[in-house]
Design a protein around this ligand. Sequence first.
Ligand code: SF4
Ligand code: SF4
Length: 208
Amino acid sequence: MLITEIKPKEEILAFLKEKKSIFVIQCYGCKEVVYPFDEIQKFLQENSINYVLQDYLCNHEYSKEYINKCKEQIENAEMLLIFSCGVGVQSFSEMLYNNTELKIKGKKVYAGCDTLYVNGFQGLTATEPNCAQCRKCHLNYTCAICPITSCSKSLLNGQCGGVKNGKCEVDKEMDCGWEKIFKKSEKMKDKNCVLDEKIHLHDFKIIP
Ligand code: SF4
Ligand code: SF4
């Protein structure tokens, strides 16, 4: 089982400040995820932010339908703010990014939640992309590609230097996660992504 928690509100608001139009999606998805619906609802109401609700954001078939239905709003929004677990944000971002019909290549997807592990059943949702429920979600500076699970060393501040032809030096069958992050950030021209000046740290003891 896992829990999603709303990120610190100042952090979300600071990010939203410069954006004129945002599109908010809440995923109240599956029973295996505890979702802080009331707290998020209150935050959105207090800040007069409209939202839409969707279930199973990580389900590609549902999300495809959903993107078609909200095509205009998604295209018109400067960024998307998603309240869901780490898998939901990654899946949805990837789906938008690969959608050739929408004019959204440069659209930023922002994660409004952190995902935490609690013991027990993990649900039946497909594990690709993956989330290690690390408690402090880093997707907002990695173009919504998880650095914990897509990099063999779970590096948070860029590539290790061992990558060869796009493949990881630890596992040659695996695409280097940081290579993917860099390429996506280049295509998206996302200045908040990866190459900011902060050093990102993580307490790895809290990962299950
Ligand atoms: S950074 Fe990765 S492991 Fe951590 S919550 Fe986000 S998606 Fe999950
Ligand atoms: S090659 Fe890439 S995925 Fe592999 S450990 Fe280095 S940075 Fe991580």
